[in-house]
Design a protein around this ligand. Structure first.
Ligand SMILES: NC(=O)c1ccc[n+]([C@@H]2O[C@H](COP(=O)([O-])OP(=O)(O)OC[C@H]3O[C@@H](n4cnc5c(N)ncnc54)[C@H](O)[C@@H]3O)[C@@H](O)[C@H]2O)c1
Length: 342
């Protein structure tokens, strides 16, 4: 496997799948042999843009092609289990777009099947490969930030028309994956609140709180109801606070010193103005490498070297467990305000 050409197939080339086809086609040592989609228009799109890729409506054309060793699955989340299990049964390594599955036991089944068959499974938690997240993890590891207290993440954009999944399972997989990756612990408790304002069936806005064994916390806000796209992560630590704003073109990550505060217990400030403010603010250099490229390279490397991808099946499973807990909590019991009628 070391230097051999790796031939792959992509199943599902709707909105996201073509990005996988493009990225994989640009990689040395990788050939996208086939792409499958149920919709003729999507097959035509791929055939026009990537004439070297054979298109088909039938996933078995991909799964029964013995020259293909790995498949990338970018079909809707509710189909991931069936497509992934069929691919693993056909002896293919699988890369599955996030979320790994929409039910915990289905995610467990995929991970167990891959393990039993000695095949690789990776999950498309793209942000684990984002140079900004890689930089933040590096800052945490060097101790420069001090003790990690909590993080807060906001991810909002207008929802897709005719959605078949709720905002929690569509947007929050990114934030949950980032939180687990940066905290480095598995949460022990999850509480969530959600609302549907314009859609009777699917949650459109959600707030999710994760509690970790160390006492650290993460709060995640996802919404499909704001037209202004927001991607903001704050990581508050004892010495410094990191702000990662993915909408910024240049200074995506800024590191704030703890700052100055002379409001209390300060003899010198007693007769002067009392104030507080941030200390110095530094924007570390962030590599411009495309996260999707790093993600695909990591999966291909894991096949070549028999190593584990960063975003492996276990990581995908833990994200599904958190999303499942959040879903169960969304419309659950709350504490009522004293005097208010429930
Ligand atoms: N990593 C990211 O940032 C990111 C971004 C967007 C979407 N995604 C993920 O990618 C996946 C796909 O999302 P999308 O927005 O592209 O959805 P989409 O609905 O636009 O595309 C899915 C495609 O899969 C095809 N399909 C469904 N079942 C099939 C089957 N059995 N065989 C062949 N084709 C089949 C559909 O015809 C459709 O064209 C989801 O898991 C989503 O969460 C990831």
């Amino acid at each position: 496997m070391k230097d051999e050409l790796i031939r792959v197939g992509v199943i599902g080339v709707g909105y996201w799948g073509p990005n996988l086809v493009r990225t994989l086609s640009e990689m040395d040592g990788v050939e996208v042999a086939r792409a499958a989609d149920l919709r003729p228009g999507r097959r035509e799109f791929i055939a026009r843009r990537f004439p070297q890729v054979t298109t088909t409506a039938e996933i078995n054309d991909v799964l029964h092609d013995e020259s293909i060793s790995a498949v990338f699955i970018a079909t809707p989340p509710a189909t991931h289990r069936d497509v992934a299990i069929a691919a693993l049964d056909a002896g293919k390594h699988v890369f599955i777009e996030k979320p790994l599955a929409t039910v915990v036991h289905e995610a467990e089944e995929i991970v167990a099947s891959a393990k039993a068959k000695h095949l690789k499974v990776a999950v498309g938690h793209l942000f684990l490969y984002h140079p900004a997240v890689i930089k933040i993890r590096e800052l945490l590891t060097t101790g420069e930030l001090g003790d990690f207290f909590f993080l807060a993440s906001t991810r909002c954009n207008p929802g897709p028309p005719q959605t078949k999944v709720d905002v929690l399972w569509d947007l929050a997989p990114h934030d949950v994956a980032i939180a687990l990756h940066l905290v480095g612990e598995t949460p022990v408790e999850v509480t969530a609140r959600g609302a549907r304002f314009t859609n009777a069936q699917f949650t459109e806005t959600a707030y999710v709180n994760l509690g970790f064994p160390s006492g650290r916390m993460a709060q995640i806000n996802v919404s499909w109801l704001t037209p202004n796209k927001t991607r903001n992560l704050q990581l508050v630590c004892s010495k410094k606070t990191v702000v990662y704003d993915d909408m910024e073109m240049v200074e995506k990550v800024r590191v704030f010193d703890a700052g100055q505060d002379n409001r209390v217990n300060s003899k010198e400030s007693a007769s002067g103005p009392l104030s507080y403010g941030p200390g110095s603010i530094v924007a570390p250099a962030i590599a411009s490498t495309e996260p999707l490229r790093l993600e695909c390279e990591d999966f291909v490397r894991s096949i070549r070297d028999n190593s584990e991808p960063v975003s492996n099946g276990q990581c995908g499973l833990e994200v599904v467990r958190v999303l499942d807990a959040a879903s169960r909590s969304l419309y659950g019991r709350a504490a009522y305000v004293t005097g208010a009628r429930p």
